[in-house]
Design a protein around this ligand. Structure first.
Ligand SMILES: [Zn+2]
Ligand SMILES: [Zn+2]
Length: 407
């Protein structure tokens, strides 16, 4: 039986739910050489079924690299000219400019919201807003327009600033201005320090625009996409058995689990020590953040009970690591995130589910820069054991980590 036939048998099986189909397809490909990179690309190049294409493209979306295979598959999807092209939306971060330009032209030739081509265009607007911006006046979709805020020209920043002055304190306009994330936009936000009634509003806008209120960048640079890969494939560890003392859930006393460690000394961040991030595996949702400091004599846990770590990990499936690839949108995606899409990030600026203040370091009292986000959803090794997204902040001077949860 060919790889495509195996996948079709899973996808067309009426006895399985959609999540069961997704997991079965992932299990199948992950068991193949290279976690099924070549096999999945081959399936995409031949299938005529939109559902099959979507499940298969999900596997490719979870794997770092493979630009040649992903590009070949996307070209083939486009050449078929049917609704299977929607699957190419998942491959956009790896596609060359000429092919992305062709996808943009395809949409403009037959502009239609919610079409397969508009899905690809939407993805291009997230990762490469520069390629879509020249055609912005031809596109009605609100999500695409919001995505195009990222690195928008100074004229638009000035226009937002002017309309805020005329609109009598409309904070939404300033949010949009912050999400442009250029130096010019951040300068405009900074100039409002004494004009906004709530100091917290100004601080949150500054952080969103890319600067800490106390100065310096609100995120470590540059920005990477993160991918869950096997243990040892990357120096940045995920999951695994717990060690030492960890935060406990204040309601049920379940120990928090290790989610991610951004390794010290590794380019480009060169942190002074390993930045460890933890989260709770219970469903209490008793707190929305946890803050720790790693020292030579063990961890110090702020604001809550602590106790020995659990021997097993439920949040990350097994002992894994996080591979990094340069993010195509270094300024940061402007459109708010929907959790569960396995969109992990290290460095850059946070793509919040809902814009929020950065945590304040309990040692030095300064706002903490963003270091990483760990999303939920699929991995090649099974699903992540929480819903929502974790946002990870790190004060390198004090070696304090803070993990913040958004549903
Ligand atoms: Zn609990
Ligand atoms: Zn600090």
């Amino acid at each position: 039986m060919s790889h495509l036939q195996t996948v079709e048998r899973i996808v067309f099986d009426a006895g399985r739910s959609v999540p069961e189909k997704a997991e079965a397809v992932i299990n199948f490909f992950t068991g193949l050489p290279g976690h099924g990179l070549s096999a999945a690309a081959e399936c995409l190049a031949t299938t005529q079924d939109e559902r099959v294409a979507s499940f298969v493209a999900t596997q490719l979306q979870m794997l770092p690299g493979g630009n040649a295979e992903k590009t070949r598959a996307a070209r083939s999807l486009r050449a078929r000219g049917t609704s299977v092209v929607r699957a190419a939306a998942r491959l956009v971060p790896w596609l060359p400019d000429d092919l992305l330009g062709e996808f943009v032209s395809d949409y403009l030739a037959a502009p239609e919201q919610r079409s397969a081509r508009s899905s690809v265009l939407f993805s291009i607007a997230l990762y490469r807003p520069d390629l879509v911006r020249p055609h912005a006046h031809l596109i009605e979709d609100d999500s695409i327009q919001r995505s195009l805020l990222s690195e928008a020209p100074d004229e638009l920043a000035d226009a937002f600033f002017q309309s805020w002055k005329e609109a009598d304190d409309d904070i939404d306009i300033l949010h949009a201005l912050s999400l442009i994330r250029t130096d010019h936009a951040a300068d405009l936000i900074r100039s409002l320090r004494d004009e906004l009634q709530e100091p917290e509003d100004w601080e949150a806008l500054m952080e969103l625009a890319g600067r800490l209120p106390e100065g310096g960048s609100s995120g470590y640079r540059p920005s990477f996409m993160g991918f869950v890969v096997d243990q040892g494939e990357s120096p940045h560890a995920m999951g695994g058995p717990g060690t030492g003392s960890v935060p406990l859930c204040p309601l049920c006393q379940t120990p928090a689990e290790h989610v991610l460690t951004v390794a010290a000394g590794v380019a480009p961040f060169r942190l002074s020590t390993d930045a460890e991030f933890f989260w709770y595996s219970c469903d209490c949702h008793a707190v929305d953040s946890t803050t720790i400091r790693s020292t030579d004599v063990g961890r110090h846990i702020y604001f809550g009970p602590q106790g020995p770590a659990a021997a097993e990990s439920h949040l990350i499936p097994g002992v894994r690591s996080m591979a990094l690839e340069p993010h195509p949108n270094q300024a940061g995606i402007s459109l708010e995130a929907i959790p569960g899409q396995f969109q992990h990030q290290v460095g850059g600026l946070p793509r919040w589910v809902e814009a929020d203040l950065h945590p304040v370091c309990p040692e030095c009292g300064k706002s903490m820069p963003f270091l990483a986000s760990v999303d939920s959803g699929h991995t090649p090794f099974g699903p992540i054991g929480f819903d929502g997204t974790l946002f990870c902040f790190w004060c390198d001077g004090c070696q304090v980590s803070s993990t913040k949860y958004q549903a």
